[in-house]
Design a protein around this ligand. Sequence first.
Ligand code: SAM
Length: 302
Amino acid sequence: MITSRLRTLRDHIRWAVSRFHEEDLFFGHGTDNAWDEARQLVLGAVHLPWEIADSYLDCRLEVDEIALLQRLIMRRVDERIPTPYLLGEAWFCGMSFIVDDRVLIPRSPIAELIENRFAPWLPDEPARILDLCTGSGCIGIACADVFPDAEVVLADLSYEALEVANKNIERHGVDTRVYTVQGDGFDGLPGQRFDLIVSNPPYVDAEDFADMPDEYQHEPELALACGSDGLNLVRRMLSQAADHLTDKGLLIVEVGNSQVHVQALYPEVDFAWLDFLRGGHGVFMLTAAQCRDHQALFETRV
Ligand SMILES: C[S@@+](CC[C@H](N)C(=O)[O-])C[C@H]1O[C@@H](n2cnc3c(N)ncnc32)[C@H](O)[C@@H]1O
């Protein structure tokens, strides 16, 4: 028997915001404030789109919907579970992806580059694309969406993450030209070359990892931490990228706050650090020629 006085969608959004503020939650998995997070959780839980007209917020809920919403809101507060894990869904490049705690919640600023089809940097339509460290598959599957003739490989060390990526391949109906490969870095891709390699690898340094809010503890550590400077994997990727790019290929890698470590480690290299209109930082681009020219240097600093 429901004794709560909350009845409508709007009541539940207001109540969630009050609880979120009271408990000082952290917002970093798709929203950046309590109002947007509450709207996402409440509407998502009852299978309504985020952009419905506000007049629908005054619709009354069924008893079982009220029980569900109150349970989810309290789990968000008490257990600090990010909303996309509670809903089993995250949005990236306007596309819906299945997520659970086997994969990072999609949020990379690389979405903006994909939406712009990597203009003005990509010289030609890419025939083969690699999403290295794919997690849910969001980057590679969104690339497949904007480049409908491209073959796309989704690679990850984690078999569990690839199970989720495979579900997302199925969800988006791209299994004829998007497939997964398990391996450590480039190890599962001997001799394979790509016109575009995009990667959001684990790159959080030890200091940032120790300071991360509770919400991040629900994400796989393998997806976040990567040694004291966060660059254990990126150093290896740089040393091998030239062997996996076509002549005019591009390498695009997100390193977030570890940009400072990349700049300190390779002062000789002219990385192009990309700008984002919707926010985000620490994404570099190198051409295949730069990867070749600096390969010997990259190999000495692995
Ligand atoms: C930051 S998450 C990125 C996930 C996804 N690309 C996104 O943007 O949401 C990094 C991913 O790299 C994978 N990973 C970690 N170490 C790896 C390695 N040595 N080789 C390949 N993948 C690795 C993790 O399993 C995780 O799925």
